[in-house]
Design a protein around this ligand. Structure first.
Ligand code: ADP
Ligand code: MG
Length: 708
């Protein structure tokens, strides 16, 4: 990029394209602003008159930012966001001019065709009606890009009959569940001032960056987001020189642009660094309210991809773009906080005395233990199957890391019934006089745990990098709400509250101790130990899916009106379909690439080789051509193996595509199609190591990850 570098003050641009509270306060009449806050904070109904005023001001503001169109911005079950743009223009007046208008009705309700989005049987094609409804708790924003400027209004998406067809609706229902049950619990502890409890989320986004020109030469990346062939480069991540390494200029310029775009959209992008694998990076925002964090993460993923194009780069969000190289995840940091700033997960300096915290903590242990399979399912996506349990990400077994301090408190509780002390952080002495000593934390970190307590939050580390974080948070909110509710049921009836709380904490800690694990989650011993403890180890998405409709899941979701059983059944259907479709596309991409690019290239190579043997021999009858002959033999036999595997993969895939959609088809794709894909990849990757680099039809792993 040869442009002049532009320097700016972040505080000046932060949120400049967001219709946020400050803008609303400034632009809306006092009465309207107050009314809107009643809707946002207390869930009151919004009347059309108020909506009209808000819509008008929103439109005026958006037009000042250059907006020509508006869109309801929603998250159907496709994994990405959807939008349908309408311009603000009205029908031309007699004088030929147009007015720009945007009504309250257009703000609060939209009607996209519901039959074109996945509904898992909830909507037949002829039952097309679906609605989008404004989520006024997530601010509207203006997005400026090549398409011009568009006012985006975050919305929920439901069918005509009221079933949720998106991520946001159940997410907001689950936030409401935590709010209600956590307030119940707080009241029992004498809190009369907090009015609202909200889950907060900070998702750490990992991604790969490759050169766009090279990306465009890889049909597998284009069609599936991951490489389907590729021999390992001579160098991998074994030198540990990429993690936190200095960020190269080209990447730094890209990150700089990404941050600026995100800041303008009010996304508090905070931390960026190189990740473990070459070409891998991370971006973490400052945490936000759950639904806003989910929206912002979608915006972050969109922005990462969009801005990459401007720098001649391509952003890969897939969990496993390169086999044999670390994949990408998205750590979901989660806590629950009151409107007056109390974090329910803050243990304080002396956790053993903090009875409310201990109850919250043991409720969470219970929730995770009882619903381990469901939480695992919430992180299932096709790409994540390559990661979980592969010694680069947490295992597929759910356990909770508490750290020494809390583990010690719980042990005291379990053995004696009361906890009398908390381990303290000691002084860390560096041994260097000029470096001041400091107090270290009472607890070390554990990177191998799928659900780790990190000071005042839990970090759920199973989530895949390209997945929405809605699903994990829907599950977390719901199962924790259920545990709180169970505890309140007991405590509200207790004669002696103090005694009852102590008993309950001890009971929960004892009954659910098996889910606590502070050791190395990547080790084989843990897999064995977990099996002994009876913890589920669900390795594939296909086997994780049924947890959604297990009786205990249905009971929890229905109790808190997060999902009806019908909605759950529909989601299960969508997940199976998504699985089979994704593998089907991968298989077909392999067939295409192997048939049209790789095999012809290998044939060219063998033809050259054969010609060279004859020409060498005709030039010198005594010449030793055994090396060429050996190469030709080896290449031809790998070629034959590849060709056979290709024929087989084509047959197997065709049979899979003909099956009825559902579990059986998904299982077939996992067991049959995937092995046939592996069988084709193996000889091709060997051929890549033999055939001339000039003849090989696509950039290698080394070209992709070391030459950005
Ligand atoms: P780490 O040391 O685990 O990387 P960070 O402080 O960098 O911790 O946080 C990682 C992510 O967790 C960030 O997105 C951060 O905003 C978020 N986070 C921090 N505190 C909380 C909290 N109380 N609730 C939810 N997310 C949080
Ligand atoms: Mg972290």
């Amino acid at each position: 990029m040869s442009e002049e570098k532009e320097y700016y003050n972040v505080a000046d641009i932060f949120g400049e394209n967001v219709f946020n509270d400050a803008v609303m306060q400034e632009r809306l009449p006092k009465k309207v602003y107050k009314k809107l806050h009643e809707v946002m904070d207390e869930g009151q109904d919004l009347d059309l008159e108020t909506a009209d005023v808000i819509a008008h001001e929103m439109k005026e503001w958006a037009i000042e930012k250059g907006a020509t169109h508006y869109t309801h911005w929603f998250q159907p079950l496709t994994g990405v966001t959807a939008e349908k743009h309408d311009s603000f223009i009205t029908s031309p007046m007699p004088n030929g001019k147009v007015l720009m208008s945007f009504s309250g009705k257009e703000l609060i309700k939209g009607e996209p065709d519901a039959s074109s989005f996945p509904s898992g049987g909830l909507r037949a094609t002829f039952e097309a009606r679906g609605y989008t409804a404004w989520d006024c708790t997530s601010p509207a924003f203006v997005r400026q890009d090549a398409a011009g400027a568009t006012l985006c209004i975050p919305t929920a998406f439901c069918s005509y009959t009221g079933e949720a067809l998106d991520q946001k609706t159940p997410l907001m229902r689950s936030m409401e569940a935590v709010n209600e049950q956590a307030l119940r619990l707080l009241r029992l502890f004498g809190n009369t001032t907090s009015k609202k409890v909200t889950p907060s989320v900070g998702p750490e986004q990992e991604y790969f960056i490759v050169d766009r020109q090279k990306y465009l030469q890889r049909k597998d990346l284009i069609f599936t987001g991951r490489t389907l062939f590729g021999a390992m480069p001579p160098k991998g991540q074994e030198m540990d020189d990429h993690y936190f390494g200095a960020i190269r200029e080209r990447i730094a310029a890209y990150m700089n642009d990404v941050n600026k775009e995100l800041w303008k959209l009010g996304v508090a992008a905070k931390t960026q660094h190189n990740e473990v694998a070459p070409a891998q990076h991370e971006l973490a925002p400052i945490y936000a309210e759950c639904n806003v964090a989910v929206d912002h993460n979608q915006l972050t993923m969109e922005t990462l991809k969009k801005v990459a194009g401007r720098h001649g780069l391509q952003c890969l969000l897939h969990e496993k773009p390169f086999a044999g190289v670390n994949g990408s995840g998205k750590h979901n940091n989660w806590s629950i906080t009151t409107d007056d700033g109390i974090n329910l997960l803050d243990p304080g300096a002396t956790p053993h005395e903090n009875i409310q915290f201990l109850l919250v903590l043991t409720c969470i242990l219970k929730a995770i233990d009882n619903h381990a399979a469901l939480l695992r399912a919430s992180a299932a996506d096709v790409g994540n199957d390559h990661r979980l349990g592969a010694n680069e990400a947490p295992p597929a077994i759910l356990s909770v890391y508490l750290g020494e301090q809390l583990d010690d408190v719980l042990s005291q509780l379990i053995s004696t019934g009361t906890a009398t002390h908390s381990l303290k952080g000691e002084k860390l002495e560096t041994g260097v006089k000029t470096i001041p000593d400091f107090l270290k934390d009472a607890t070390d970190r554990n990177r191998t745990s799928p659900f780790a307590f990190t000071g005042n939050k839990f970090e759920f580390r199973m989530v895949g990098s390209q997945d929405s974080v809605a699903q994990p948070n829907i599950v977390l909110n719901t199962i924790v709400a259920e545990a709180f509710s169970d505890a309140c049921d007991v405590l509200e009836k207790a004669d002696d509250f103090e005694l009852a709380v102590h008993d309950l904490i001890k009971t929960y800690a004892t009954e659910h101790q098996r889910v606590v694990f502070n050791g190395n989650g990547y080790s084989d011993e843990w897999v064995e130990e977990a099996a002994k403890r009876g913890l589920p180890n669900i390795k594939s998405m296909v086997d994780a899916i049924p947890a959604y409709t297990a009786p205990e899941s249905v009971a929890a979701f229905e109790k808190f009106n997060v999902f009806t059983e019908k909605e759950l059944v529909s989601r299960v259907e969508i997940e199976y379909e998504t699985y089979a479709k994704t593998i089907n596309i991968e298989a077909r991409a392999m067939i295409d690439i192997a048939g049209k690019q790789i095999i012809p290239a290998v044939i060219r190579y063998t033809t050259n080789l054969a010609k060279s043997i004859t020409s060498v021999q005709s030039a010198c009858a005594q010449a030793d051509v055994s090396a060429q002959e050996e190469l030709l033999k080896e290449t031809s036999s790998l070629l034959a193996e590849a060709k056979n595997a290709l024929t087989k993969l084509a047959e197997i895939t065709e049979a899979g595509a003909a099956m009825t959609e559902g579990r059986e088809q998904a299982v077939y794709y996992r067991d049959e199609v995937k092995s046939a894909m592996d069988a084709l990849r193996a000889p091709v990757d060997k051929l890549e190591m033999i055939v001339d680099k000039e003849l090989w039809p696509m950039p290698s792993y080394g070209d992709l990850i070391f030459e950005v």
